[in-house]
Each structure stands twice: as structure tokens, then as C-alpha cells.
Design a binder for this molecule. Structure first.
Ligand code: GLY
Length: 388
């Protein structure tokens, strides 16, 4: 029988959300362990890294907007602190975003978004097609107008994940490079996990931060299991040769025939093109159709991309939740907390999630900014409550 290892906090899942939670917990003085076969892997290895609180605003998501903006505001200090702690650059670029329309339908959609942004007090400027092309000369001549959003930036999620692994190591987080197989519950309290190699890990607090896998951990009572599902996204990476630079100076995005397409240019010449959104369960196949649609839509937006080397195709799984917002904080099972369900906003929400989880681990309460995202909003009682 393997020995039992004990810590104050045990984080299940070593994606960016689990890592930031572990880092912040260790900084607060908790002995912290994290279980994941490949810390730093997961959806961050696929994500483009847009910090798109304003350009990805949707009707019905105004509460989430508050959390997104709070996290976007933390990004400059967060990346500076992480770089200071690790010596690693995160590719944080305050470059802004241009959302453009290619036809009359897209234009109407963008006008609606602009109205919603203004009603929400957000900075966003309507530009003519000519003004869009003056900002980004590689845009197609047919662009009909666009929204300039100077506050939506980008970070490199792979660098972010790598830096968080280093920061955790330096803060004393113990990594168990294996799978958590089953939650252990002792006297109605989460007590730890048993891993696939038979090790028993125990802790005062267990944080389930397993991304799209969070709803699958054995041993979690049914009414506590987070309602998280995988939403597939296929993403391409191209390389801009030096002779074409600067190809794009900011993130450019559009809705083409109802599908989102975005192009995120990095300073190192990488150009990320994303993303499909597919409800296909656990499938992570890169398909000819997915690649074709992304290239077709990106080509309509920026015809010159067909000249660029295509260097990578990949699919990842977003952790979707019923209201597209994360689940943060204590559950109905004592000792078990959640940090999952970040869906389209995992990279954006990394700083505020780390702070909120550290706060709740320390005080037992979520900070005000995170309170609407309690997992209890999906509990049996909440679902059966009738409006007055
Ligand atoms: N936020 C970008 C995506 O989910 O594709």
C-alpha cells in the first residue's frame, strides 16, 4: 500500500486554472499539492489567448462581463508578478482588437453588439470599412465596417501555462504527475483523492479544477458533480515570415456565415486562427472540414493568409457550463471546492480565479466579484425554486 500524503490544499487538475489556484494558495501559506499527469497541458495548449471581454460580449451574459472585466484589469499586474517570479515572458500584448463585418448581415450583427457594448458602458468605436483597412491594410477590400476595441488584448497561453508551472514549483507546490481516480469522502466531507497509481492524497480542502473533465471524477456525489461538458474547438497556427511583417498589428475577428473566426498575431510571428465550436463530446479529432472552414473564413477576412506556412492544427475542449460562466468556490460537500466551467474565457479569467480561490480558501467566503458564480446556483434547491 502506497503511503498517504497530506497537504492543506489539494488541487485536481493542472491546467492554467488549477495552476493559478495552487500558486495563489501556496503564496498564502497553505501546503499545496496538485495532481495531473501533465501539468501545464490541457486547453491552454490550444487556446489563442484573446482577452476579449468586450468583443465576446453576449446578450444575457452581463453578470459574467463584470468578472471578465475584473480579470482583464488584473492582467498587467498579474503578468508582471508572474514574470518577476519566473523570469519568463508571457507574450502579454496590449494590442487591441478589431471586429469587422464582411456583408450586410455581419454588419447588422456588429451594430447590435456595438449597442450592447455602449449600454454596458464599454469602450468601442464604430469604423467604416476604409478606416478598418487603414488600421489593418491586409484586410479584404470588401470589409463593410468594424468595431475598434482598444481594451481587448492577448497573452500567449502556452507561455502562461509554462510560467505557472515554474511559479508553482518555486512556491513549493508538490506535483503528483498522475490521474486522480476517485474522490475520497469521510464522514460527509471531501478528504482527498486516490490516484491511478494507488497513492492516497489527503487534504483539508480539495479543489476540483479539471476543466472539461471536472464532471467525471468518481466518488463525487451526483448532486455536487459540476454540470460541465466538453465543447470542441479546432485551432490553426501559421507563421508570418519576417518579410511579411507586420502582417496584422492587432487581433482581427469576424462572424462569417454565423461562425466566429479570429486571427491573433503574436510578436514572434505566430498567427493563431480559431476556432470552431462543436458539441461532439470527447472527440478531439482535427477534421478536414474544420480546417477548411477556418481557412475559408480567415481567407475571406485576410486573403493574404494563403501565402503563410501552416505550422500546426489542433483541437481542444472548452469546459462549457449551463450558463457559460465558471463555477467557483465551495460546494454542498464540505471540503470540496470548484474552479471550473470557464468555457470561452479560461485564459481571460485566470487572474481573477486565482485571487477568488485564494480568498475563499483563506476566509471561507467568495469575494464579492465572484459571488454570483457559486456552484450552488445549480444545486437541487436552486433548480426547484419557483419564482415568486
Ligand atoms: N474565446 C475564444 C474561444 O473560445 O474560441
Amino acid at each position: 500500500m502506497s503511503p498517504t500524503r497530506t497537504s492543506d490544499v489539494l488541487v485536481i487538475g493542472g491546467g492554467i486554472i488549477g495552476l493559478v489556484t495552487a500558486w495563489r494558495a501556496a503564496q498564502r501559506g497553505f501546503t499545496t499539492a496538485l495532481v495531473d499527469p501533465e501539468p501545464g497541458g490541457g486547453a491552454a495548449q490550444v487556446a489563442a489567448g484573446m482577452l476579449a471581454a468586450v468583443t465576446e460580449l453576449h446578450y444575457g451574459e452581463q453578470t459574467l462581463l463584470g468578472l471578465n472585466l475584473a480579470s482583464a484589469r488584473r492582467y498587467p499586474d498579474f503578468t508582471a508578478e508572474l514574470t518577476e517570479a519566473t523570469g519568463q515572458d508571457l507574450g502579454y500584448r496590449q494590442c487591441g482588437t478589431l471586429a469587422v463585418a464582411l456583408d450586410a448581415d455581419d454588419r447588422a450583427h456588429l451594430r447590435e453588439l456595438h449597442t450592447l457594448q455602449r449600454q454596458s458602458g464599454l469602450d468601442s468605436e464604430w469604423l467604416s470599412g476604409r478606416e478598418c483597412r487603414r488600421l489593418e491594410p491586409m484586410l479584404a477590400p470588401g470589409v463593410r465596417g468594424g468595431l475598434r476595441v482598444d481594451g481587448d488584448h492577448q497573452v500567449d497561453p502556452r507561455r502562461l501555462a509554462g510560467a505557472l508551472v515554474t511559479a508553482c514549483e518555486r512556491a513549493g507546490v508538490v506535483f503528483h504527475r498522475t490521474w486522480a481516480e476517485r474522490l475520497t469522502v469521510v464522514r460527509d466531507r471531501a478528504a482527498g483523492v486516490v490516484t491511478t497509481d494507488g497513492t492516497e492524497l489527503t487534504a483539508g480542502h480539495v479543489v476540483l479544477a479539471g476543466g472539461s473533465l471536472s464532471g467525471r471524477l468518481a466518488g463525487v456525489p451526483d448532486d455536487v458533480l459540476p454540470p460541465v461538458r466538453p465543447v470542441k474547438g479546432q485551432v490553426l497556427r501559421l507563421t508570418v515570415p519576417q518579410r511579411y511583417a507586420p502582417f496584422l498589428s492587432r487581433t482581427v475577428r469576424a462572424v462569417v456565415r454565423g461562425s466566429q473566426v479570429y486571427l491573433v498575431p503574436r510578436e514572434n510571428g505566430e498567427l493563431v486562427v480559431g476556432a470552431t465550436s462543436e458539441e461532439l463530446g470527447w472527440d478531439t479529432t482535427v477534421t478536414a472540414g474544420g480546417v477548411y472552414e477556418l481557412l475559408r473564413d480567415a481567407h475571406e477576412l485576410v486573403p493574404g493568409i494563403t501565402e503563410l506556412p501552416l505550422t500546426e492544427t489542433r483541437a481542444g475542449l472548452r469546459p462549457g457550463s449551463p450558463d457559460n460562466a465558471p463555477l467557483l468556490g465551495p460546494t454542498e460537500l464540505d471540503g470540496l471546492l470548484l474552479a471550473t466551467g470557464h468555457y470561452r474565457n479560461g485564459v481571460l479569467l485566470t487572474p481573477v480565479t486565482g485571487d477568488a480561490m485564494a480568498h475563499v480558501l483563506t476566509t471561507g467566503e467568495l469575494p464579492d466579484v465572484a459571488r454570483p458564480f457559486t456552484p450552488r446556483r445549480f444545486g437541487a434547491a436552486a433548480l426547484t425554486e419557483q419564482p415568486a
